[in-house]
Design a protein around this ligand. Sequence first.
Ligand code: ADP
Ligand code: MG
Length: 305
Amino acid sequence: MYSEGELIERIRARLLDADAVVGIGDDAAVIAMPSGFEMLFCSDLLVENTHFRKATHPPESLGFKSIAINVSDIGAMGGIPLCSVLSLAVPSEIGTTWIDAFIDGMAQACRAFGISLVGGDTSGSELVFIDVAMIGRVETGRAARRDGARPGDGIYVTGSLGESARGLSLLGGAGAADHPAVRRHLFPEPRHRVGRALRDVATAMIDVSDGLSTDLGHIVEASGVSAEIDADRIPREPDVSLELALHGGEDYELIATGTGLPDRVHGVPLTRIGQILPSSGGDRVWLVTPSGREPLDDRGWKHFD
Ligand code: ADP
Ligand code: MG
């Protein structure tokens, strides 16, 4: 295993910190913030045996994902992702091959999404912890929030849902590495450019990290409204069940509400799956199926159950 200094040097050599006024190597990074913008600031934590298993999740994927999921959060606010810091805790016996592959995955994501890595912290630990924090920017007062949905708005989703959860279920099986669902689970493609384009037309927006039922539930709760979605209109690949499309997590698609949203943005399809209704007291999500209308329980990813 590398020493702490060698590890930081390897990270610095492979990752861009060009956008920082001061990058890796000082007590804190210095980042320019143009006037007229507000800062977006978020983080996501990946914990071994909770979010991934070393036996099934390749290190390239963990590096890539740790950046991609933060880019998705910034995009869901309608912002431009800028730079991040990495706090990494790994067992001292972890191999340099693992570390190098992890850094490769991060570098790949940073290049793909235009992110600089400007600092972090490093520690030993029995389990792997990967915490990436990211800042982004959005024009003052124009962040797309969860609390703006209004009765009469349509509910739209980008791309298709449930495929990442399908990939997770196939992970580790024979030939899994090349399966499109597995690729999608391991190397998610955040919709930040779409989120950015939608920020002025969407009344509310959120990214789908925990599952449609849970994340639409967040919009409904924050906005004080109800929602009705049509089971037949939920976009999913042919081999993905309705159950996974409704409740499977880690899609990193966007849910946006509003009127007259386009049906395609930057080549990504937007599908209208339902509408926002006035609050019904319990701020519920309803699922409309050919056999009727039923409450849709939020059965996405739960952290403390
Ligand atoms: P300090 O004691 O001031 O926290 P460190 O020795 O922990 O400094 O870190 C030295 C420099 O290396 C800092 O600029 C820090 O941001 C950066 N750094 C440390 N760990 C990482 C990491 N895992 N990824 C990226 N940069 C790191
Ligand atoms: Mg430190």
